[in-house]
Design a protein around this ligand. Structure first.
Ligand code: ZN
Length: 502
């Protein structure tokens, strides 16, 4: 009963597909039986024959050898598979007879890859020789049977479904188009790969992209198919490709590449040194920092996930000589192509411990986060306030009167900041108003003070202190009425709730 349902389904779908491909004309202007006999004569296998008549691969999942044969015999009751002996189908160059071996090869490679997927998604790249042969066969069928309506066949979709099914039934993996684990399967077939070079000389033997005519041309799919359209049927007959004959060796796996979707880890970092930059910092190939925050944290996570590489994205930045104190600066790391997808709290704690404190950089609250949450980092960079402490030298002693005047700005002020001289090479020379929310001065000695600031995102703190040749107005120097310079700067707080709790 199941088999009968399967048969009916295939036949109905084939008829539907043909209605579409035939522009709605199903009045019998072409004879499927005749086309099927031509395909048999060209030694095309039953799976390919069905594709040349319609396209069940896009519509039906209930296909197998039996349903395919029954569908073909519904058009030609005398139909049998062509007897190929040790040769292989002239169209798919044997791939449909080789599905189980291909699946086995892939699974063997998965088992030694280090990935531990539970689902998978397969992408297939067909050999060029196979694609060229199918194009020639379509043209040949049209020559033999002028009303033959099919202009393309989709071997890739059907092949992908068959490979999916073979992998699923030979393992505990489930095929899932949303799977984070992708298998890129490249099929190769040396024997047919140079077919097109047989007819290339008939187009003048020229490399269409070059001037020479001596070297054999090796082109991509589009170039070759385009050239094929200018080759005559007689020319193809001359080189024995009209129709293409069966092949001696079957199509095989040239390569399989695995990749897994990125995972994201959020956290905060502190930095207690003034010779470590946030990301690698070099000029003319010479590194100007001992190391960087990203080079300390990123590789530890890459190692723990057996990943390929990482992308480090902080919320804002501090200069190399600025310490990052308090509860640290928010960041996230994209871990690209990880072999391990699930990091437990304990795993992440272990990474924090490995990073430790030896280099003055520490990772805190490492958390696996949703990719969507990464947007908050950018928002934090653009909108959240930051708190700083600066060690400032003042030309004059800070008198009680001066300190009293500064107390008026405890609740903040607005500074007009023209783009600092030191970043003019990369930012527009514009004046931007910046809100300072808090300004508190703590005298240390006669000429020295600690200045605590809470500022709007994007405020240039060093420039606010010394004035940057009048480009920041008013500056701290303006407020105290003499020159001032900043000796040390530390970030005390970046005001962003991060990382998000899952
Ligand atoms: Zn075939």
């Amino acid at each position: 009963m199941v088999a009968i349902n399967g048969i009916l389904l295939v036949v109905v779908i084939l008829n539907d597909s043909l209605v579409e491909k035939n522009g709605g004309d199903t009045s019998g202007s072409w004879d499927r039986c005749e086309v099927l006999r031509l395909l048999h004569k060209a030694q095309v296998c039953p799976w390919c024959s069905v594709l040349f008549l319609a396209d069940p691969g896009n519509s039906s999942k209930d296909y197998d050898n039996q349903t395919i044969m029954t569908a073909l015999q519904s058009w030609d009751p005398d139909y049998t598979s062509p007897s190929l002996g040790t040769a292989h189908c002239a169209s798919c160059v044997g791939v449909f007879g080789n599905i189980d071996q291909i699946a086995e090869n892939i699974l063997q490679q998965v088992s030694t890859s280090g990935y531990q997927p539970s689902t998978f998604f397969v992408r297939v790249q067909l050999p060029l020789g196979m694609i060229v042969r199918q194009s020639i066969l379509l043209r040949w069928l049209k020559d033999q049977c002028p009303n033959y309506p099919v202009t393309t066949i989709d071997i890739k979709s059907l092949l992908r479904k068959l490979v999916n099914r073979a992998i699923s039934s030979a393992s505990n993996l489930t095929s899932d188009p949303e799977s984070p684990f992708t298998m890129d399967l490249v099929l190769g077939h040396g024997e047919s790969e140079s077919d097109y070079q047989k007819w290339m000389p008939t187009t003048g033997g020229r490399n269409p992209r070059g001037r020479g005519n001596a070297r054999p041309f090796k082109g991509g799919k589009d170039v070759v198919l385009n050239l094929l359209s200018s080759v005559t049927s007689d020319q193809l007959t001359e080189v024995g490709l009209y129709p293409p004959p069966p092949v001696n060796s079957p199509c095989s796996v040239e390569s399989v590449t695995f990749s897994q979707r990125s995972i994201f880890v959020g956290g905060r970092y502190t930095k207690h040194r003034r010779d470590i930059s946030q990301t690698p910092f070099s000029v003319g190939g010479v590194s100007l920092s001992a190391t960087s925050v990203s080079e300390i944290i990123g590789p530890a996570l890459v190692k723990s996930c057996h990943a390929e590489r990482f992308n480090f994205v902080p919320s804002g930045r501090e200069d190399m000589d600025v310490q990052m104190l308090g509860n640290g600066r928010p960041f996230y790391i994209e871990i690209v192509n990880p072999k391990v997808l699930h990091l437990s709290e304990m795993d992440l704690k272990e990474v924090e411990n490995q990073i430790g404190t030896k280099q003055g950089v520490q990772a805190h609250r490492l958390t696996l986060i949703d990719p969507e949450a990464t947007r908050m980092i950018k928002e934090g960079e653009e909108h959240k306030t930051k708190s700083y402490v600066c060690l400032v030298w003042c030309q004059n002693t800070l008198s009680p009167q001066t300190l009293g005047k500064l107390a008026d700005y405890k609740e903040g002020l607005v500074v007009q900041q023209r783009c600092p001289i030191r970043v003019l090479h990369r930012r527009a020379n514009l004046v931007r108003p910046k809100q300072i929310h808090r300004l508190e001065v703590q005298p240390v000695q006669d000429h020295w003070a600690l200045v605590h600031l809470t500022t709007e995102a994007g405020t240039y703190v060093k420039e606010f202190i010394h004035g940057d040749c009048g480009r920041s107005q008013p500056s701290f120097a303006d407020l105290i009425g003499c020159s001032a310079d900043i000796l040390e700067l530390d970030v005390e707080k970046v005001d962003l709730e991060w990382p998000p709790t899952q």
